[in-house]
Design a protein around this ligand. Structure first.
Ligand code: GTP
Ligand code: MG
Length: 90
């Protein structure tokens, strides 16, 4: 499932072990994107006081200590899954 939201492997990845994926998951507006930006040291994800800002997952290559991983910011997960909120949760 996660393969669809991560860039296709480059030539450098071929023959390498599959990179671990770390996803930041939680309710809307709890600071997921703020944490994501802080960890990667860039302002890649939009942060805002309005709940429901992040929609599509945002993958980024990141070093966890010396270990390369893919870290993903995600849209907030709500119990109520109607319309676009349902697609974001999926
Ligand atoms: N007080 C406080 N505010 C924070 C903290 N982290 C984030 N915020 C604020 O909380 C609001 C939401 O932050 P986001 O990072 O956009 O939250 P999110 O979980 O990605 O939100 P969605 O993508 O809408 O689900 C923003 O106004 C942030 O500035 C924190 O540690 N403390
Ligand atoms: Mg967000």
């Amino acid at each position: 499932m996660t393969d669809s939201i991560i860039s296709p492997p480059s030539e450098l990845d071929i023959g390498q072990p599959r990179m671990p994926v770390i996803a930041i998951i939680g309710r809307p507006n709890v600071g997921k994107s703020t944490l994501f930006n802080r960890l990667i040291g860039k302002r890649r994800a939009i942060t805002d006081p309005t709940p429901g800002v992040t929609r599509d997952p945002i993958p980024e290559r990141w070093l966890l200590g010396n270990h390369p991983v893919t870290i993903i910011d995600s849209g907030g997960v709500k119990i109520d899954r109607e319309g676009l909120d349902g697609l974001v949760a999926d």
